[in-house]
Write a new protein. Sequence first.
Length: 563
Amino acid sequence: MNILGINYIFHDTSSCIVQDGDLICALEEERFTRNKHTYEFPERSIQRCLSIAKLDTENIDHIAVSIDPWKHQLKKIAYALSLGFKSKQFIKNEFWRYRNQQQKFWHWYRHTWPGNKHPEVHFIEHHKSHILGSYFVSPYENAALLSLDGSGEWSTHWMGEIRDGKISKIAESFFPNSLGSFYEAATEFCGFRPNYDEGKTMGLAPFGNADRLYDKARSLVTIKDTGEIAVDTGYFNFPHYGECRYNEKFVALFGKPRAQSKTAPFESHHEDVAAAFQKALEDCALKMCKILEQKTSAEHIIIAGGVALNSVMNGRIIRETRFKDAYIMPAAGDNGTAIGAAYCVWNDVLGNTKRHTHLNPFVGTSYSDDEVEATLKGFKLSYKKCDDICQAAAQLIHQGKIIGWFQGNMEIGPRALGSRSIVADPTNANMKGKINAEVKYREPYRPFAPSAIEESYKTYFELGVDDPFMLKVDFVKPEWRAKLAAITHVDGSARLQTVSKKTNPLYHRLISEVGKLTGTDVVLNTSFNVMGEPVVESPEQAIRCFYTSGLDALAIGNFLIMK
């Protein structure tokens, strides 16, 4: 049984293949188009998924799409009428865009899909793809469920419990009452691109004084005792899809916004707004979790949706609730809904009871040494083939070199997890500034993540739970903060990744080899790209990024290239 999963109406379009319940591959379209967070129909990733799975279209039995385009249509029409003269942009986005995307899908399905066999198409509700799809690949049989994003078809939030295979809903919220959109407004106010750069807002927040503007920020959003979200829409333009997500009342409350320019200075009130909205988001999520604590008996929680990428929020949920741990899919945003929709069809629609835990994020493309070497020769590059690429790279890292690390199957999701990574020595205090300025070409305040092997990470970090997908911000133990200066943020935090020998043995060994030289089984890890570009997918892209950035060396397969 072969299921093709697709996310195509929302951003971060993607596709996957689930075969007899196993996730064979999952790919994001941006890696091929080089258009970050793309809305383009994922035709390239679909073709590559079919190639990886060694299938043609005749072998596909079902197509799972992570949206129900007919869901809440009457509510949308009524809402559009309530907007009056402000409804033009809303109608363009919520009706015409959906219609155009639907037409693209059906044209692809009816005319581009080769052969005579057309598989059955299942349209799966967006939040169901997020949260139930995450449950089906989680390690938990019973769990509390929390899904948060900007909006799906019309829903912005869903929470409940699954126990003994039965799902119970506790609360659901609808547009424009959205925590995701609330946070997007702060992102835009701080001079970043909304629904794109929320990670920058999260990284800026520790530089601000949250208490100074917290009451004002928190007054704009309420979590009811029943769990629903209520936003004071009088301060925002996003309810009618205005050009800017906040309005003049928001500016009167918080001050002059920062210009959307990389070189625009940050004033203290920009940092304070980031801090206040970050704290407000965390506190709202924590209140929802407290409600889940009261109304469920679950020991674990599953968190999904774009807001689940806020790893600072997730860390607080682990620390400040009774939940022992959380499962957050590595592609917790819309890119992961292709996987979620496919598993909703496999488990929920087709009634298969066997669950397939998704703890291995390395489900993308890979290239053999022969393919890599052919590319290197084609570019007429000088290179060295290593008997031990981990040992060779570790020596360079210890010497202060910044390494492009391109190995094995590409990871799914926005975080580089040791397959398409840039790696450096975290004990070099100057490394953060150097990589931001000379390699990533991004804002100097932005932090970098540590990767630590799972056998010893508790030596350096406080939280005490595994974090293989880099989605639970931890704190560096005080006695290690000076030693690990390059990965310790201004507030002592770090977006930790724990590395398993089972799921990524090569990266695990690289960290271990670095540890032998530095005395710490930790490396600095950031995604193999420069600001504004997706993570590299192919050897050609890796080589191009290497030669157009300040990287010192490229370890690609068993080959080493130096400048």
